[in-house]
Design a protein around this ligand. Structure first.
Ligand SMILES: [Fe+2]
Length: 522
């Protein structure tokens, strides 16, 4: 542990006043001060005294450089006089919370869509990715009131006396002891420790059974010798006070996924029925009214069946050419009236790498889709905002195809024993609670982005929409509408083998004015 006075003097000599939290952080982690200063000094462009507080430190170790330090110093002075508007703006920017400038028209704005960065990935990129993930989730957890007396694991291990404390850590391992208790091995930036969850706390034990490797949790408990006895586990979660938004006019959004065009199981007749309805040619008066007022159709991946996705797939294809599969798909989507916005992300059957985040569908393979005038291509995952106006902020929609779902159906008791593949809603709630689309390292394949973990659910959506399991569901969780699209392919031999129960040709529909949901069958 470094001497705190020495730290204060070191920075004072460089005209930097340092806040109490940063002193403690540097002291506790035995940080090399020269190295730390080297890392931040080229980002400090101020000739006046600088106050290094937690916000500023977070910023300095991040990648942002475009800040006017004189203005920042001014904002600190103003804040001390009671005017903290400017200071709040700075801290918001430093924390990366400021609204990113969306692209797109007023009906559909792309809030986040991953652009592939072409570079050779190295092992170090995975380390960066996990650090970024830890930072993001830790920031959410730190807002939880349950986590009082938060300590690093290193500090907990040094403690002589038993105390009530809490920690934030990533789960490395989970075991059941001979006595039937759960032991987690958890780790933070400083050290690792075991956490015991006693079976005699049945409510907590039940929740803890669903803890998976690599998720980041908060633990509240009492320390023992190299162990923490848990009284509570806290997940990053969705705040309970999220408002439910309503459009001021009646307008509908539809959710499709897993078309699998090109497969010999593709249900063309049913697709034709859907297209006739959306064009207003068939259906009851009420149904025709819905079609007329539909302004958004989401297609959440697997537009085509692909080629070479699994061994022997060619036997199950009627179109054995990826370009022709997309041409055929475009032929159907072209039928949809062009005043309806089509928002499309890829899935694991589309013609691209399977590792997430998957960029937009490639223009060369899916050229005919890109040519549709009403199409908005986004990555998997992505976030779009729909239906905003001058006096309405619109709905934020999180799209994720759902490749990680298989892992959680197989490995989480709370999902597997309550319906598994038939309960997309349980999987989606599980992920929202953890604020991550694939918390366990092996639950999906991914390309590490050293700047951020794109699978963290940072911004809370109004809609979370998925596909992949070929069975539609609509539900709600803490005012977030959860929708899983169905599919347009009948049951394949593979699905038969792995126990899927697809329900094809169903279309979840949401009335954006009332937020009522229903499923139409075709
Ligand atoms: Fe699929």
């Amino acid at each position: 542990m470094k001497d705190k006075k020495e730290i204060i003097k070191f920075f004072l000599d460089k005209s930097i006043l340092i806040s109490k939290q940063i002193i403690e952080k540097l002291a506790e982690n035995d940080v090399d001060l020269n190295q730390f200063y080297e890392n931040i000094k080229n980002k400090i462009d101020s000739d006046s005294f600088l106050i290094l507080d937690q916000h500023l430190e977070e910023f300095l170790v991040s990648t942002r450089k475009d800040i006017n330090w004189k203005e920042y110093d001014k904002s600190v002075v103003l804040a001390k006089k009671g005017n903290d508007k400017l200071y709040d703006k700075f801290t918001e920017y430093m924390n990366g919370n400021e609204e990113e400038k969306p692209i797109g028209n007023k009906d559909v704005k792309i809030i986040f869509s991953y652009d592939e960065e072409s570079k050779k990935r190295e092992v170090q990129d995975f380390v960066y990715l996990f650090n970024k993930r830890f930072d993001s989730i830790e920031k959410i957890l730190k807002n939880r009131v349950e986590l009082q007396n938060l300590l690093s694991i290193k500090r907990i291990k040094q403690k002589q006396d038993k105390d009530n404390l809490s920690l934030i850590a990533i789960v490395g391992d989970k075991k059941i002891t001979k006595n039937g208790n759960i032991i987690l091995t958890v780790e933070d930036r400083t050290d690792s420790i075991n956490v015991l969850i006693n079976k005699n706390k049945p409510d907590l034990f039940k929740l803890a059974r669903d803890i998976v490797a690599d998720e980041i949790i908060g633990v509240v408990g009492v320390n023992g010798e190299n162990i923490v006895f848990a009284n509570n586990v806290v997940w990053p979660e969705i705040p309970s006070n999220k408002e439910i938004k309503n459009a001021d006019e009646e307008v509908f959004a539809l959710f499709l996924s897993d078309l699998h065009v090109g497969s010999d199981n593709f249900l063309e007749e049913n697709m034709q029925k859907f297209l006739k309805w959306i064009k207003g040619e068939v259906g009851s008066e009420k149904q025709k009214e819905i079609a007329k007022k539909t302004k958004y159709i989401f297609i959440v991946g697997d537009l085509v069946d692909g080629c070479g996705i699994y061994p022997g797939q060619e036997e199950e294809l009627v179109i054995n050419d990826i370009y022709k599969q997309y041409d055929e798909c475009a032929k159907y989507l072209k039928e949809i009236p062009s005043n309806i916005n089509l928002i499309v992300c890829p899935g694991n059957h589309d013609a691209m790498r399977i590792a997430e985040p998957q960029p937009q569908l490639y223009q060369d393979f899916a050229k005919s889709l890109w040519e549709l005038p009403n199409i908005h291509m986004v990555s998997n995952p992505s976030m779009v905002n729909i239906h905003s106006s001058d006096n309405f902020s619109g709905f934020d929609v999180l799209l994720y195809h759902g490749f990680s779902f298989d892992y959680y159906v197989a490995n989480v008791d709370g999902i597997r024993m309550n319906g598994g593949y038939d309960r997309a809603d349980l999987i989606m709630k599980f992920l929202l609670k953890r604020r991550h689309l694939a918390p366990t390292h092996t639950s999906t394949l991914y390309v590490p982005d050293a700047n951020q973990d794109n699978l963290v659910i940072d911004k809370i959506p109004d809609f979370f929409v998925t596909g992949h399991i070929h069975k539609s569901s609509v539900s709600s969780y803490k005012n977030i509408t959860l929708i899983c699209g169905s599919c347009w392919q009948s049951k394949t031999p593979f699905q038969e083998k792995v126990g899927h129960h697809p329900e094809p040709c169903r279309v979840p529909i949401v009335n954006l004015k009332t937020r009522d949901m229903k499923i139409m069958r075709f």
